[in-house]
Design a protein around this ligand. Structure first.
Ligand SMILES: CCCCCCCCCCCCCC(=O)SCCNC(=O)CCNC(=O)[C@H](O)C(C)(C)COP(=O)(O)OP(=O)(O)OC[C@H]1O[C@@H](n2cnc3c(N)ncnc32)[C@H](O)[C@@H]1OP(=O)(O)O
Ligand SMILES: CCCCCCCC/C=C\CCCCCCCC(=O)OC[C@@H](O)COP(=O)(O)O
Length: 272
């Protein structure tokens, strides 16, 4: 009978235990993030339509200002350096590594005016977020059809110059949390060379100190964001794309490793 007395305090303790359980925090933060972004997008839709009357890169100002507080809810901080490198007139291509949808928070932290992104076309179906991406002028590509993706990017190079737009590209082409960068795809470099505009590399430090998908952990943490000096492409041609891509990759990789305090995952212990 005595044991029954313990039931009410245990029942009260249960939510507390749940709350402190790191798995619960992980799922809660992830669900909150998606749901809150959906709500913010819903708020942004009428604001963007009122501001620009439809799809326009200027809507990114509205989206940027609505998203900037989200980091506080998730316990994230950004330590940004290299702001001066974004003080470049006219169009340019920003390239950055891509670890998770959380990259959107860092992106909005430093997003320059008149800058939009290249994204996979599936994103347009993400409910209110999809619609706000369209209103923000995001350029959608079909990754399954190289010829389509290429022709959309060739058009984008022309639009960049005609409308003085900057484009943010994730040259790895997909999300990656392997503790290293994936080899770069060439689209971003073709884009910059075709438009003859500079490339500004941006590096996000590894999220592995606070966000671990496999272990279901999502703690508080600081993300170091490094804006690197621009790489000029004036006078470069198609033939220079491989070396331009390699140069960018090497610069970003060494910056990533130095700000992440991590070593790439090896395939096992060294053999002597
Ligand atoms: C409030 C709520 C707010 C919400 C805000 C939300 C913000 C959202 C943020 C959004 C975040 C969303 C983030 C995301 O969604 S990330 C996913 C989408 N982004 C990308 O995939 C971008 C990176 N990918 C590329 O650049 C690829 O190269 C593409 C996709 C273009 C093709 O890839 P694919 O794998 O099919 O082919 P390949 O790379 O092997 O290339 C094949 C050949 O073609 C050549 N080639 C390539 N390109 C060009 C070109 N332009 N002109 C001439 N030639 C070109 C190339 O040199 C190669 O030839 P060669 O060298 O072998 O001879
Ligand atoms: C009714 C449809 C509901 C869909 C719900 C999903 C909506 C997501 C909502 C909020 C998340 C906030 C920001 C979304 C921006 C995500 C950009 C992103 O990270 O896309 C992934 C893409 O770069 C690479 O894709 P893959 O790694 O190749 O796969």
């Amino acid at each position: 009978m005595d044991v029954l007395w313990m039931a009410p305090p245990l029942l009260l303790l249960f939510p507390l235990l749940m709350w402190t359980s790191s798995t619960f925090v992980y799922y809660f933060k992830k669900c909150f993030y998606v749901a809150w972004m959906m709500v913010l997008a819903l708020l942004a839709i009428p604001l963007c339509i009122l501001k620009s009357g439809g799809r326009d890169v200027e809507n990114m100002r509205v989206i940027r200002s609505l998203v900037r507080h989200v980091k506080y809810f998730l316990g994230l901080r950004f330590d940004v350096s290299g702001w001066e490198h974004l003080q470049t007139e006219g169009p340019y291509v920003i390239i950055s590594n891509h670890q998770s949808s959380l990259d959107v928070l860092g992106l909005m932290e430093i997003l320059p005016d008149r800058c939009t992104m290249i994204a996979k076309k599936e994103l347009i179906y993400a409910g209110t977020v999809g619609l706000i991406c369209w209103l923000g002028g995001i350029v959608f590509i079909n990754r399954k059809k190289t010829s389509d993706a290429k022709s959309v990017m060739i058009d984008a190079a022309k639009t960049m110059l005609d409308d003085q737009i900057r484009l943010w590209v994730f040259p790895e082409g997909t999300r990656n949390q392997k503790g290293d960068l994936l080899p770069f795809k060439k689209g971003a470099f073709h884009l910059a060379v075709q438009a003859q505009v500079p490339i500004i590399p941006v590096v996000f430090s590894s999220y592995s100190s606070f966000y671990l998908r496999k272990q279901k952990q999502f703690n508080s943490g600081t993300i170091r964001l490094r804006i690197l000096p621009k790489i000029e492409t004036k006078g470069l041609t198609c033939d220079d794309i491989p070396s331009l891509s390699d140069k960018s990759f090497n610069l970003m990789r060494s910056s990533f490793l130095s700000i992440s305090n991590s070593v790439p995952q090896s395939n096992g212990p060294c053999k002597h």
